[in-house]
Write a protein that binds this ligand. Structure first.
Ligand code: GDP
Ligand code: IMO
Ligand code: MG
Length: 424
């Protein structure tokens, strides 16, 4: 049986930390979508490790880690991360696998990501998405338009060569004659083909065999439901299915295998990149939380935008994923905030909306209705149980449960692996 950990907001909720903690009880930890646009930070005994492609279960040597078919993989980034594991003394041999059906991200995709962003920002209005420039959109576009290359293609190099050349020619037709040396790239990939071979598996067979053998599977979501290609604030989204459905298509497993959908909720909201953010804060209030929470992107280093918790978002992402339980993270970051707000409804033309609107034009005209809470002004570092939390923090958590109709099971009160309260 499988459990999945999914972001409920706009990413960076702290998914990596929970995956790391829970992976101790699982046999397999698998990523199902996205690529190196993800940045998952884990802190163990004060030591930080940031992962982009490799699942956050890698620190638990008992767990086997899988990069599923739904990912788009930039092999140089993959090998750099593997090198990082080697240097830290983390054993990955025979426990880190890559799907033969996963698509490849080439440097040409990253170049086109940048060119497309530049194009979008070069008008009367700046319409760029604020992507991570990791080539994610262009790689998924290649996949959808059936011009992409997959991991298995590396082992049939004549065809690989023909198809990569065609891909680059197509991109040049679209973007002009950008600098890119296809011959050098092909030479590099001939080397990667041999390097990646020991990692490659038929992940569809592997995952389903694992279920047959009674193994426990933890699926690590990347990005988040509000960045999902279908359900997010389109076009300010990523290009993959980053909600629960992506687990089935991204791993080749049936929906009935997934028995827990764990939603990760930051105690306030952040967003990197452009796009709507109804409860966004500006000025000193935002800066104080950004500083307190270390809200700078793990992948790009960009300052994250900051806002209050938005329950309209949580109810919407709760519908899509049917969260069985929530992990409320970074509660400690709110400790110095005298007054805390939660956005509880959106009003459009004076009427409360039933759910999160599709149209960004409607969303822009919505007024957020807030509830206000007294802060706790207490350091949470020593709180090891729900009972030990200050009463104001308990009120805040209980109200989140009421407003979302979902149970909070884990509460993050610090960066370290050990700073996680389990709520009875
Ligand atoms: P992910 O992309 O969802 O895995 O989240 P990121 O790793 O990008 O960002 C979350 C950041 O918050 C990381 O630096 C985590 O170490 C940190 N973090 C996670 N949970 C907590 C928490 O409960 N308290 C604090 N202070 N930091 C946390
Ligand atoms: P994790 O897994 C936060 C955002 C980018 C941009 C949009 C599209 O760490 O939560 P892309 O490069 O995917 O085409 O960018 O999506 N984005 C993320 N924001 N956390 C992430 O991943 C993100 N991955 C992509 O900032 O707004
Ligand atoms: Mg992140």
């Amino acid at each position: 049986m499988a459990s999945i950990i999914i972001g409920s907001q706009w990413g960076d909720e702290g998914k990596g930390k929970l995956v790391d903690i829970l992976s101790q009880d699982y046999d397999i930890v698998a990523r199902c979508q996205g690529g190196a646009n993800a940045g998952h930070t884990i802190v163990v005994d004060g030591k930080k490790i940031a992962l982009h492609l490799i699942p956050s279960g890698i620190l638990n040597e008992r767990a086997t880690c899988v990069l599923g078919n739904g990912l788009v993989i930039h092999l140089p980034t993959f090998f750099k991360e593997v090198e990082g594991l080697k240097q830290k003394g983390i054993k990955y041999e025979n426990r880190l696998f890559v799907s033969d059906r996963a698509h490849l991200v080439f440097d040409v995709h990253q170049i086109c990501d940048q060119l497309k962003e530049a194009e979008l920002s070069n008008g009367a209005s700046n319409d760029s998405i604020g992507t991570t420039k990791k080539g994610i959109g262009p790689a998924y576009s290649s996949k959808a338009s059936r011009g992409g290359l997959r991991v298995c293609d590396l082992f049939h190099f004549d065809i690989f060569k023909k198809n990569l050349t065609r891909l680059v020619e197509n991109k040049r037709k679209r973007f002009g004659n950008f600098e890119y040396n296809i011959e050098e790239e092909l030479k590099r990939y001939e080397g990667y083909a041999e390097q990646i071979r020991p990692f490659v598996i038929d992940s569809v067979y592997f995952m389903n065999q694992a279920f047959k053998d009674g193994k426990k599977v933890l699926i690590e979501g990347a990005q988040s439901t509000m960045l999902d290609l279908d359900f997010g604030t389109y076009p300010y989204v990523t290009s993959s299915a980053s909600s629960v459905g992506g687990a089935c298509t991204g791993l080749g497993i049936a929906p009935n295998k997934i028995v827990n959908q764990i939603g990760v909720v930051k105690a306030y909201t952040t967003r990197v990149g452009a796009g709507p953010f109804p409860t966004e804060l500006h000025g000193d209030e935002a800066e104080a939380l950004r500083k307190e929470g270390g809200e700078y992107g793990t992948t790009t280093g960009r300052p994250r935008r900051i806002g209050w918790l938005d329950v309209v978002v949580l109810r919407y992402t709760g519908l899509i994923n049917d969260f069985t339980e929530l992990n409320l993270t970074k509660l400690d970051v709110l400790s110095n905030t005298p007054e805390i707000k939660i956005g509880v409804d959106y009003k459009y033309n004076g009427e409360v909306l039933k759910s999160f609107p599709a149209s960004l034009e409607v969303l822009a005209q919505c007024e957020v209705v807030y509830e206000t809470f007294k802060g706790w002004n207490t350091n949470l570092a020593n709180c090891k149980s729900f009972d030990e939390l200050p009463v104001e923090a308990k009120v805040y958590i209980n109200r989140i449960e009421e407003l979302t109709g979902r149970r909070v099971k884990w509460i993050g009160v610090g960066q370290d692996r050990s700073s996680m309260i389990i709520k009875p």
